[in-house]
Design a protein around this ligand. Structure first.
Ligand code: PLP
Length: 427
């Protein structure tokens, strides 16, 4: 496949945008080579500026669930934007979107709309501290909650440890109240909570991890988090920025029947526009300004065009749609597993509905340290791309598919997968 124009544009971009991108993973650092520059996308397909077509399993990192450029979402955007793109005052769409969110998400009683998942996580942390008058928060290794300083922590060793900041520019002070525990380590959580019981404000978790590939909660892990928070009077936050409206009608909390106090939503909730939300118990939410003392604000928060897009996306995301996603996912998983087996390639596939990961070289992935990045992941990625299938350019990112993915896409994907594994096996 020729990608000359992408190459030229990336050169231009590199002079102007740091790393040629506006978000690091887009730079293809872990797979090498020039990233593709996108011209357009429709349905399950994404097209680069050289005219190459790919079946898209990135789906804007999980934001797209109906397929790209969905006609209903586009007309909602057109209609809303024709009335004005921002008012700086409350509009009808944000009220209706809040109604839709509280109708669907079992634990959501009140909502604050924001512009990104990072902002939602940032607000949640301030809110859980403001509500409990305590400082410390437990987070899990390999869980990502956006680029807010206290969550940018490196995994320490041992069951629970105070962490070092992962990013330059974050201070030790910023992360000294962040306690890091292995995902799915129930004993680790109980121990960390006990040791910090006086000052533990809350626990934040991706109920299904999606930022170390897909890792499911094991056994009673989520229940233990709920019980721990109940026991200590602290706040349980489910970061459902990925899982919200993707894994089921009401998100992971509906699927696993464990209710958080606060839920972070992003990606799908904005219908492909910049919108995210924090939702939860009224008594906690009412601590936010203007009702309470925890300050949070946003010029473009509840933007009418973004809220209209989100509303259109959620309204057509009826319960039966999840059966359709499951059916595609089950066949994709089954097909890939069979191909791996037939080539004697060790690995495991983790999948919940339309989020999925292929972990090569591992028999089981339940926590971050179980992941083995294959030396030839980059070759695998490029072979998939050259066969017309775009998977995330990093072994730690999940694959996502949409309601627009078809039987033909499935066939193309399985053929590409077989070719890519074959080629790797023969080299
Ligand atoms: C679980 C989770 N939380 C929060 C975020 C941050 O969201 P945003 O990129 O919109 O700031 C992400 C982004 O990928 C995410 O996956």
């Amino acid at each position: 496949m020729k990608r000359n124009r992408s190459g030229e544009l990336f050169e231009r971009a590199r002079d102007l945008l740091v790393g040629g991108v506006n978000s690091p993973v887009r730079a293809f650092k872990s797979v090498g080579g020039n990233p593709i520059i996108i011209e357009r996308a429709k349905g399950s397909k994404i097209y680069d500026v050289d005219g190459n077509e790919y079946v898209d399993y990135v789906a804007s990192w999980g934001a797209i669930i109906h397929g790209h450029a969905d006609d209903d979402i586009l007309s909602a955007i057109r209609e809303a934007s024709s009335k004005g793109t921002t008012f700086g005052f409350t509009n009808m769409y944000e009220i209706e979107l809040a109604e839709e969110i509280t109708r669907r998400v079992p634990s959501a009683e009140m909502v604050r709309l924001v512009n990104s998942g990072t902002e939602a996580a940032m607000t949640a942390l301030r809110l859980l501290r403001g509500f409990t008058n305590r400082n410390k928060v437990i987070k899990f290794i390999g869980n990502y909650h956006g680029h807010f300083d206290p969550f940018l922590v490196k995994a320490g060793s041992g069951l629970a440890t105070y962490s070092l900041p992962t990013s330059a520019g974050t201070t030790g002070g910023c992360v000294m109240d962040t306690i890091v525990v292995d995902y799915n380590d129930t004993e680790g959580v109980i121990k960390a909570a006990k040791e910090n019981r006086e000052d533990l404000a809350g626990i934040i978790v991706e109920p299904i991890a999606g930022n170390m590939g897909v890792v499911k909660p094991k056994g009673d892990f989520l229940n233990v988090l709920r019980e721990t928070c109940d026991g200590l009077g602290c706040v349980l936050v489910f970061d459902e920025v990925i899982t919200g409206f993707r894994v089921s009608y009401g998100g992971a909390q509906e699927l696993y029947r464990v209710m958080p106090d606060l839920t972070l939503l992003g990606k799908v909730v904005g219908g492909g526009m910049p919108l995210a939300a924090i939702a939860g118990r009224k008594d906690i939410m009412r601590k936010l300004a203007p009702e309470g003392p925890v300050y949070q604000a946003g010029t473009l928060a509840g933007n009418p065009v973004a809220a209209a897009a989100g509303l259109a996306a959620l309204r057509k995301l009826t319960r039966d749609k999840y059966d359709k996603l499951e059916s595609y996912g089950a066949r994709l998983e089954d097909g890939m597993s069979k191909i791996m087996k037939s080539y004697g390639i060790k690995g495991v596939i983790n999948r919940v509905g339309s989020m999925m990961s292929v972990f090569f070289g591992a028999e089981r992935v339940e926590k971050y340290s179980d992941i083995k990045v294959p030396a030839r992941f980059a070759e695998y990625f490029w072979k998939m791309l050259d066969s017309g299938v775009l998977i995330p350019p990093s072994a730690f990112e999940s694959m996502f598919f949409t309601l627009a993915h078809t039987e033909i896409d499935l066939k193309v994907t399985l053929e590409a997968f077989e070719k890519s594994l074959q080629a790797l096996g023969n080299e």
